[in-house]
Design a binder for this molecule. Structure first.
Ligand SMILES: [Zn+2]
Length: 264
């Protein structure tokens, strides 16, 4: 059995085809998935889905860096209720820094947004530290800054996963030497994904964790179509080739790692 450690189910849920998506995932050997939070709207739905499909879905809550807006402090107050409810999230996330989606032609605005992202990130790292939950990090064009924030937070690096790792070997070493990890998406199946494949190999089979980040980042051979959790198996197949082991070893190891990291 495989686990998709990072997906977004809102779109399927709203379109009404989630039951079909779940069936398909099961048929493809993907028995469980973690529905990742980005803002208050999907936190509520993710919790509802985790209650409705406890065998197949777990959830997280976190304010994504591109969702940090004027009401961010209010949103984080709203996040607290999930931490005292009867079904706790598996992690705080996805949280972090995104310098890719900043306004390119307005440096003052970009600076303001960057600083606000840092505030929301720091606050959420403290929340995770207090309640001893892992964190799922979204870092885009902001690797060093994200590492600095985590270093300064005092959160144990054992609880840190950089999702959709898109950096290279040097950067993954920076995470691994601190005790942190990265999870890998369909990027490892892309022709131009050499750098990321090398990072995955450098982290090693023993620390492998897989994710689709669906509905985005569809792996080959379906690139261009909509992604869904069942496609974790395409990523696993490519990993089997790269690590030169059987598919069942990839499933066993990645499932074990995902369960132990997220406390499933
Ligand atoms: Zn995501």
């Amino acid at each position: 059995m495989l686990i998709d450690s990072h997906c977004h189910l809102m779109k399927f849920h709203q379109r009404g085809d989630l039951p079909e998506i779940l069936r398909e995932a099961e048929d493809m050997g993907v028995g469980h998935m973690i529905a990742i939070g980005t803002d208050k709207d999907d936190w509520a739905i993710n919790l509802e889905l985790a209650q409705l499909y406890p065998k197949q879905i777990s959830y997280t809550v976190g304010l994504h860096p591109t969702s940090v807006e004027d009401d961010w402090e209010q949103q984080l107050r709203g996040l607290q209720k999930y931490l005292t409810g009867n079904q706790l999230p598996q992690a705080i996330g996805e949280i972090g820094l995104d310098h890719f989606h900043l306004p390119k032609k307005n440096p003052d605005k970009a600076k303001f947004l960057k600083e606000r992202q840092v505030l929301a990130f720091e606050r959420q790292l403290q929340i995770a530290k207090e309640i001893e939950l892992p964190v799922v990090i979204h870092s885009r064009n902001a690797f060093e800054e994200s590492v600095d924030c985590i270093d300064q937070s005092g959160l144990s690096w054992e609880k840190v996963i950089f999702h959709c790792f898109a950096e290279g070997k040097e950067e993954i070493n920076i995470l691994n030497e601190r005790g942190g990890m990265a999870s890998f998406t369909g990027i490892v199946t892309y022709k131009n994904g050499e750098n990321v494949r090398n990072a995955m190999l450098a982290q090693g089979l023993e620390r492998l964790i897989l994710e689709t980040d669906s509905p985005y980042l569809t792996p080959e051979p379906h690139r261009g179509k909509e992604n869904h959790p069942g496609y974790t198996h395409h990523i696993a197949e490519v990993c089997a080739k790269l690590f030169n082991v059987s598919g069942s070893i990839i499933s066993t190891i990645s499932t074990r790692n995902t369960k132990s990291f997220f406390g499933l």
